[in-house]
Design a protein around this ligand. Sequence first.
Ligand SMILES: NC(=O)c1ccc[n+]([C@@H]2O[C@H](COP(=O)([O-])OP(=O)(O)OC[C@H]3O[C@@H](n4cnc5c(N)ncnc54)[C@H](OP(=O)(O)O)[C@@H]3O)[C@@H](O)[C@H]2O)c1
Length: 350
Amino acid sequence: MSKKIPVGILGATGIVGQRFVQMLEHHPWFEVAWLAASDRSEGKPYGEAARWRLKTPIPASVAKMTVAAATPDGAPHVIFAALDSGIAAELEPKFAEAGCVVVSNSSALRMQSDVPLVIPEVNAEHIKLIETQAWKKKSGGFVVTNPNCSAIGLVLALAPIDRAFGLETVMVVTMQAVSGAGYPGVASLDILGNVIPYIAKEEEKMEEETLKLLGRLTGDKIDMGSFKMSAQCNRVAVEDGHTESVTVKLTKKARAEEIIAAWNTFQSEPQKLGLPTAPVHPVSYVTAADRPQPRFDVDAGSGMTSTVGRLRPCSVFDWKFTVLSHNTIRGAAGAALLNAELLKAQGYLG
Ligand SMILES: NC(=O)c1ccc[n+]([C@@H]2O[C@H](COP(=O)([O-])OP(=O)(O)OC[C@H]3O[C@@H](n4cnc5c(N)ncnc54)[C@H](OP(=O)(O)O)[C@@H]3O)[C@@H](O)[C@H]2O)c1
């Protein structure tokens, strides 16, 4: 008998759901026991319902599983949720209400004041907000979220700088991969040979989530980060990997080698705890003048490392640099998996 914790995936057939299936295949602590999606997929074998888009084969045991209805009846205690935000706003509270631990990717509840928005290397202590949730008090269930796929790479790069030198202003321009829009996502005729300078609600999410993530837990609420933040988001014809051009103004003077050292030596709770999905280096600096690039750097740290490059002085603010992170691994399924591992390490999974 397996001693692994049975987990479910809500929205298992989508781009992020498939990443969950892939990343859970050989996971040492968790195993997939339940899959759910929309009415379109319900009742079908997973291998038929999901249009598998990943380069590794669909795990045989999962391909045979029948996709269940997206209701808590028969679902395991721990649920990874990869639902569109509209339906997530309706379903995630239902699962928490029914006593489930919901580890969510969606934006639906991220900014709710009692819901932790967590990157374990950055703000693991925010997990304690769980204790304030009405669901937790009533049924034991709760919701934990990870950030938007473009905020996460950025915040991993900002956190070490914020700790050492303080952030005063952050400006970011993103070039975001098509897989970030789910499947089938952006029509090929819209994106091939093109750049789309608009992603619905993305700039707002990046700005507010960054301030929550770099905010401080005071009592039972988060005091949001106090720096100024502005984001501009673009969709580009790249398969995986969000690239971001960042400019920062700092509260303390810093030298380039000090900033690079802050990135390269950044390690935190997941590395100390030895969580299975934690990369050795959450942030890594590349020295080549023309890197990072999605083609070469997106899989750094098995997709869990945020790669930074091109640090140089800025004549308007203090410093500018480029960040790249994998949007469906560090930006989605890997982020949620690391959150679940942190929950287990802190005794929240029973
Ligand atoms: N893609 C990324 O890089 C990324 C990164 C971070 C966060 N996210 C977030 O993660 C979530 C999923 O994104 P995705 O890219 O995987 O989207 P997707 O490819 O469009 O997949 C959506 C999933 O939701 C299911 N679903 C839709 N309507 C449903 C309903 N009424 N009841 C139950 N299930 C329903 C779909 O099932 P069917 O197949 O049966 O329709 C599918 O499994 C979104 O909230 C997204 O914003 C995505």
